[in-house]
Design a protein around this ligand. Structure first.
Ligand SMILES: NC(=O)c1ccc[n+]([C@@H]2O[C@H](COP(=O)([O-])OP(=O)(O)OC[C@H]3O[C@@H](n4cnc5c(N)ncnc54)[C@H](OP(=O)(O)O)[C@@H]3O)[C@@H](O)[C@H]2O)c1
Length: 424
C-alpha cells in the first residue's frame, strides 16, 4: 500500500509540540514535513529559527498545501475552534487534547462524517499506550466487559510519593508541580477531571457510548487525608486514582473515576510514578494489561507520530461500536464497598446512607465508615459542603441490584452456552 505525503501545519510548540518536532527529525521513513508552526507568545525564545513560525492560525488553516493539522496547544476552547476549522477545510487532524475531545465528542464525530476527513487522538488517552486503536481494531468483535485504568500521570506520581516517602499530599503536589507533572492550577488532574475526559473517550471506543463529561462521576485525590493513607499502609494496599467502566448484564454502562484501594495482586498495584496502566476484560480474551508512560514530551509525541503515520495510510477511526448500547446505568443500581472519612459530627448521619456497615472508627475530630453504599448516595455525601469527606473505593459489590459474584456466575454460564454454540 502506498503512503501519502503529509504536509503538516502544527499548532503549539510547547512540551509535546517541540517533542514532536524532534521525534519527526528522527523518523525519516515517515514522509511527513512540518510546513508551518502556529504559536501564541511573540516574546518567547524558540529553539528553532523564526521563519518556521506564524502567529496567524489562518496561515495554516487556509493553506491548500497543508493536508494535515496537528493540534498540540494547551487551551481547549481555542483548540476546538482550530480543529473544527481544519476539518471543515478538509484537513486531516491529529490532537492530544482530551478536554477538547471530551467536551465536543458528538460534534467532532459529526464534523468528521460531514467533511469526510479523519481525526485521530491516540496521545489524548494515556500518551504512549496505544489503547484507542486497540479498542477500535483488536476488540472490534470480542465482547468487552470492562476497562479500568490509572490514566493520569500526575496524580499517580503524587500518590506514589505519599505512599512511599510518607510525605503529605501537599508536599507531594508541590514536588509534582516543581517537576512539571502537574498544572499550576492542578485541579484538572487532582480533581479527577482529566481522568474523566480520558474515560469518556475510552467509553466511546470500548462500548460505543457517547457521553458528556457531566454525566460521568469523578472524585479526585485532593481530599485524601492521613486516616485513609494510614489505613492503606497498615493493610498493604495502595490508593490509586482509577477510571472504571463496564457493561452491565442489561446492556447499560457503569462509569466513574474514584480513588481506589488496590491490592498487591492487582496489575495496577505496580503502576507507579507518572506511569499509566489499563486493564481490559473481555469474554474471550479475559484480562489484558497495558502499561507505559502516560505523559512527557517524547512518550506523548510518539503517539502523535503514530497517528501521523496512520494518516499516511489513510487510517481513520470507524467508531464501529457506536449505538450498540444506549446509555449510562442509573447511579442507584450500582452498589460499592467504600471507605468514607467524615468529620466527627457527621458519622451518625452518614451511616444511614449505607446498606451494610463492616467497620467504623472515631477519634476526637473525625472518623471513618467502611461499608456498602449506592453510587447515588455516595454522590450525595460527597457533594455535602463542610463535611470533610473523603472516599476510597474497595470494589463494586452489586450491579443492576445483583451481587457481583452471582452476576459473574450467570455471565460464565452464558459464556458456556456461547462456547457450546461454537463447538456445535
Ligand atoms: N505534556 C504532556 O505530557 C501531555 C500528555 C498528553 C497530552 N497532552 C496534551 O497536549 C497538549 C499540549 O500540551 P503541552 O504540555 O505541550 O502544553 P505546553 O507545553 O503548555 O505548550 C502549549 C503550546 O500551545 C501554544 N498555544 C496556546 N494557545 C495557543 C493558540 N491559541 N494558538 C497557537 N498556539 C497556542 C503555546 O504557545 P506559546 O509557546 O507561544 O506560549 C505553547 O507552544 C494539551 O492538550 C495537553 O493536554 C500533554
Amino acid at each position: 500500500m502506498s503512503r501519502k505525503n503529509l504536509n503538516i501545519g502544527l499548532f503549539g510548540f510547547g512540551c509535546v509540540g517541540y517533542g514532536l518536532y524532534e521525534v519527526l527529525q528522527k523518523t525519516p521513513g515517515l514522509k511527513a514535513n512540518i510546513k508551518r508552526i502556529c504559536i501564541k507568545d511573540k516574546n518567547k525564545q524558540r529553539q528553532i529559527p523564526s521563519e518556521h513560525f506564524t502567529f496567524d492560525k489562518d496561515e495554516i488553516l487556509f493553506d491548500e498545501e497543508i493536508n494535515t493539522v496537528v493540534e498540540l496547544i494547551d487551551d481547549a476552547d481555542a483548540a476546538f475552534e482550530i480543529v473544527k476549522a481544519a476539518l471543515q477545510n478538509g484537513k486531516a487532524v491529529v490532537t492530544a487534547n482530551k478536554k477538547m475531545i471530551a467536551e465536543h465528542f458528538a460534534e467532532l464525530l459529526q464534523l468528521q462524517r460531514q467533511h469526510n476527513v479523519p481525526l485521530l487522538y491516540e496521545a489524548a488517552c494515556c500518551a504512549s499506550i496505544p489503547i484507542i486503536r486497540n479498542l477500535e481494531e483488536y476488540y472490534d468483535n470480542d465482547l468487552l466487559e470492562s476497562i479500568e485504568g490509572i490514566v493520569n500521570g500526575s496524580t499517580n506520581y503524587i500518590l506514589t510519593k505519599t505512599a512511599e516517602e510518607n510525605i503529605s499530599y501537599e508536599e507531594a503536589l508541590k514536588d509534582a508541580q516543581q517537576k512539571g507533572y502537574a498544572e499550576t492550577n492542578p485541579v484538572l488532574d487532582t480533581g479527577g477531571f482529566d481522568a474523566k475526559y480520558k474515560l469518556l473517550i475510552l467509553i466511546a471506543h470500548a462500548f460505543g457510548v457517547i457521553t458528556k463529561p457531566e454525566e460521568i462521576y469523578n472524585l479526585g485525590i485532593d481530599k485524601l487525608g492521613e486516616l485513609e493513607l494510614n489505613y492503606a499502609r497498615e493493610k498493604g494496599l495502595k490508593i490509586k486514582l482509577v477510571a472504571y467502566s463496564e457493561k452491565t448484564e442489561n446492556g447499560k454502562i457503569n462509569a466513574f473515576v474514584l480513588p481506589k484501594f488496590v491490592h498487591k495482586n492487582d496489575k495496577l498495584f505496580s503502576v507507579d510514578d507518572v506511569f499509566n496502566g489499563i486493564k481490559t476484560k473481555s469474554y474471550f480474551s479475559d484480562t489484558q494489561f497495558f502499561s507505559g508512560k502516560g505523559a512527557g514530551a517524547y512518550p506523548t509525541a510518539s503517539a502523535v507520530v503514530s497517528d501521523i503515520s496512520a494518516l499516511s495510510y489513510d487510517y481513520r477511526y470507524e467508531y464501529k461500536k457506536l449505538n450498540q448500547i444506549e446509555t449510562l446505568a442509573s447511579d442507584a443500581t450500582i452498589i460499592l464497598k467504600v471507605f468514607l472519612r467524615h468529620d466527627l459530627e457527621y458519622g451518625h448521619e452518614f451511616k444511614r446512607y449505607f446498606e451494610e456497615i463492616n467497620e467504623c472508627y472515631l477519634n476526637y475530630e473525625s472518623g471513618f465508615i467502611v461499608g456498602t453504599i449506592s453510587l447515588k448516595h455516595l454522590k450525595e455525601i460527597a457533594g455535602r459542603k463542610n463535611a470533610a469527606t473523603s472516599i476510597v473505593l474497595f470494589e463494586i459489590v452489586k450491579r443492576d441490584g445483583i451481587p457481583t459474584a452471582i452476576g459473574e456466575t450467570v455471565k460464565r454460564k452464558h459464556l458456556g452456552r456461547l462456547s457450546n454454540l461454537v463447538s456445535n
